[in-house]
Design a protein around this ligand. Structure first.
Ligand code: GLU
Length: 473
């Protein structure tokens, strides 16, 4: 039974990097009919942010990641919040004390600082184990507790990074329990992964240098280590530094608020540093569950490219049927749209579906369908072709257009025929005549196809706008 976990600290929102880690762990569990556990690592009370846990859960749910065990649904290893498991860590720490593999740290922070300075002067790396006390005090929970390490070289296989090795210098007596009674991450995640029977630890690169220490601790505990899979960082767009909250990495739920589709986000995150060995870029959730494999995760950092996310989102939007698009767009319409019927709104959406990149674009792209646009003279005076035409010509062409459209039934076919005829009658190119008509009815520099736009707007509104433009010329 494969059991994976995502173990965020509730210190703020999740950005793409965090959700990708969760996704890879979840995919591995799902494809093996295994289980995925959501554990909250809240032993650093200083960095904790109120509401972060709920926010993390909402973020995962939005992209479609569900967990089998967690703080909200419980499970056989509850509680899943580390701050509620302190007795367990204490008991495991005591076992290490009893077996002679952990000791109370007798030094003050100033003394430790002194050792550090001394090592620096002697130009050798500072290792706490060089100062291991001969007769440590009895551990009463008020002193930090350290692992009595066994320095040695390690070789291990990381499911993503391959074969890795380190020398004994990577091993030191690290803190297991702090003087405030809380365990360190380095200690309690090992206890939890063991107790919760985690088979694959999938996490970000920042922990890779600590793995030899963990291996040393696993030995001290007499516990077999799980498979480790280290994911390279998600890099900022420049590819030079890791994407971080400080460089503008955004809350994943911001994308939900902007109308990115969960299908697109899932697809995007999965292909951020993973591929199936082909050129395929678009994957459904089920395809990902079927095809994902840790050994095809890239070892170097993947660049976070928001343009690519937009492109992918556009793709997933085009794939929606109109009813679905309409449902999903509900929250994005401005209030003024409420008075229009569903059928009209669907037609409008149908016209822009092809070029929508995210749903928050809906209001700007569709505004002129729902309110009469104010005349913007600059659209003509700055237009490449139209600025060269005389007002008299412009008036005449619009007048001719108006007269022709008055006889139209405003079906798509009829409008298309009439528009083409108008090119002949006026002797103008589409770039001139159609631009002029487009400006008159939309007051926008671009719009969906002209016949389509006229058909959806309808006869009354379209003619009214042409008349208004005529009057303004
Ligand atoms: N609490 C750690 C973090 O948020 C978890 C790392 C791990 O997955 O072991 O980064």
């Amino acid at each position: 039974m494969i059991r994976t976990r995502f173990a965020p600290s509730p210190t703020g929102f999740l950005h793409v990097g965090g959700v990708r880690t969760a996704l890879f762990a979840w995919l591995l569990a799902r494809q093996n009919d295994g289980q995925f556990i959501l554990r909250i690592e809240d032993t650093d009370k200083v960095r904790e942010v109120v509401g972060a846990e709920a926010h993390i859960q909402a973020s995962l749910k939005w992209v479609g990641i569900e967990w089998n065990e967690g703080t909200d649904i419980g499970g056989p290893h509850a509680p899943y919040r580390q701050s509620e498991r302190l007795d367990l860590y204490h008991a495991w720490a005591q076992k290490l004390v009893d077996s002679g593999r952990a000791y109370a740290d007798p030094y003050t922070p100033e003394q430790v600082e002194g050792f550090r300075e001394e090592a620096k002067r002697a130009k050798r790396p500072f290792l706490y184990r060089d100062h291991r006390p001969d007769n440590p005090p009895t551990w009463d929970g008020s002193q930090p507790l350290r692992l009595k390490s066994e320095p040695k070289a390690y070789q291990w296989h990381d499911a993503v990074m391959g074969d890795l090795s380190t020398g004994p210098e990577a091993i030191d007596d690290f803190v297991l329990m702090k003087s405030d009674g809380y365990p360190t991450y380095n200690f309690c995640h090992i206890v939890d992964d063991a107790v919760m029977e985690i088979t694959h630890v999938i996490r970000s690169q920042e922990f890779i240098s600590s793995v030899p220490k963990y291996l040393n601790l696993y030995e001290a505990l007499g516990v077999a280590p799980p498979t480790m899979a280290t994911l390279p960082y998600v890099m900022a767009i420049d590819g030079k530094k890791k994407l971080g909250k400080r460089d503008g990495a955004r809350d994943i739920l911001d994308y939900a608020r902007e109308g990115f589709l969960p299908e697109a986000m899932l697809n995007f995150l999965a292909t951020l540093g993973w591929n199936d060995g082909t050129e395929q870029e678009i994957f459904t959730k089920n395809e990902l569950i079927e095809k994902f494999s840790l050994d095809r995760v890239q070892r170097s950092g993947a660049r976070f490219d928001e343009q690519r996310l937009q492109w992918m989102n556009g793709y997933w939007i085009r794939r929606l049927d109109l009813d679905d698009l309409y449902q999903r767009a509900t929250d994005f319409w401005p209030p003024t749209v409420a008075e229009y019927d569903e059928d009209y709104k669907k037609k409008v959406l149908g016209l822009i579906q092809e070029r929508l990149k995210f749903l928050a674009e809906v209001p700007a792209l569709t505004e002129f369908f729902f309110s009469t646009p104010a005349i913007d003279p600059e659209l003509i005076t700055t237009h490449k072709q139209l600025k060269k035409c005389s007002t008299e010509d412009l008036r005449q062409w619009l007048q001719t257009t108006s007269t022709s459209l008055e006889g139209s039934d405003f079906s798509n076919d009829d409008l298309t025929t009439r528009l083409n005829d108008l090119l002949e009658t006026t002797g103008q190119k589409p770039a001139v005549l159609f631009s002029l008509i487009r400006i008159a009815i939309t007051q926008a520099p671009s719009s969906p196809g002209l016949a389509d736009t006229l058909a959806v707007l309808g006869k009354e509104r379209s003619l009214e706008r042409i008349r208004t433009q005529l009057a303004a010329l």
